[in-house]
Design a protein around this ligand. Structure first.
Ligand code: GLU
Length: 268
């Protein structure tokens, strides 16, 4: 009799423990599962994209104050693919120093902002296929004697905080007196006022200043390779979104639309 009670008690305890384990397991996996970002965007009905607002011809304001440029056109192509409507977009202004934080904290869904793929950034976020390749150079006054980045040794050189050029300059010319600016326009103003002797950044961005102002020029040398790509958050909940973005970039490349966009924006 005693033995029977013991066996029944043991069975009941085993059943309770097993059920408890399954309930806890289900609870835990629900807790860890993040909502899929592609689904969340589709439910919301529009895509939130971090873009530059001072970087001609990639992301800038036209004379009516409307955001435009190559990066904006890529954002529109993605919105068109997702929603069959290129205007299902919310554009959020980002700078090189805040674009990673705005992406990783979820303020934006993706970043399309002249952002170079680098090993350090790949530790923090994922990137799409590259859609453009730039290179680092320097912008100097027309009458400047500076002909290479090495000539910046001991001189005041302007960089935009958070860019690859900031890091490269400190490595290539450790004795340059580096002055950081938040925006290109601030750095350009400092160059015109003589506070700095040069600005270093991507050639395609700096060229635009030389095109519009004959008192400045860029030197004809590249000190890096800067492949631009769309930034997407890491994690399996962002995988579908990354696949969709990659599909759009690959299609733009394969059907030659990307070359039409380069021509539209005077690139290449
Ligand atoms: N492509 C460079 C970078 O990702 C600089 C251009 C920029 O974002 O202003 O840092």
């Amino acid at each position: 009799m005693k033995k029977r009670v013991l066996v029944i008690t043991a069975i009941i305890i085993a059943i309770i423990l097993t059920c408890g384990f399954y309930i806890w397991d289900g609870y835990e996996s629900k807790q860890l599962e993040m909502p899929d970002s592609y689904q969340a965007i589709m439910n919301r009905g529009y895509l939130i994209v971090g873009v530059k607002t001072d970087t001609k011809p990639f992301g800038f304001k036209d004379k009516d104050g409307k955001l435009t440029g190559l990066d904006i056109d890529i954002a529109k192509a993605i919105a068109k693919f997702l929603f069959r409507n290129e205007n299902r977009l919310k554009l959020v202004s980002v700078t090189p120093s805040d674009r990673l934080i705005k992406l990783t904290t979820g303020e934006v869904d993706i970043v399309i902002a002249t952002m170079t793929v680098t090993p350090q950034r790949l530790d923090l976020i994922d990137f799409s296929h590259s859609y453009f390749i730039a290179g680092q150079t320097i912008l100097v006054p027309q009458n400047s004697k500076i002909t290479s980045i090495a000539d910046l040794a001991g001189k005041e050189a302007g960089v935009i905080f958070g860019t690859t050029a900031e890091k490269n300059l400190r490595t290539l010319v450790p004795t340059a007196r580096v002055l950081g600016y938040k925006t290109y326009d601030e750095a350009y103003k400092a160059l015109k006022e003589g506070t700095i002797k040069a600005i270093t950044s991507d050639d395609t961005i700096l060229r635009n200043y030389a095109l519009n102002d004959k008192s400045v020029k860029i030197i004809n040398k590249r000190y890096s390779k800067e492949p631009y790509a769309v930034g997407v958050r890491k994690g399996k909940e962002n995988k579908i979104l990354l696949e969709k973005v990659n599909f759009v970039i690959k299609t733009l490349i394969m059907n030659n639309s990307i070359n039409r966009l380069y021509a539209k924006w005077g690139l290449k």
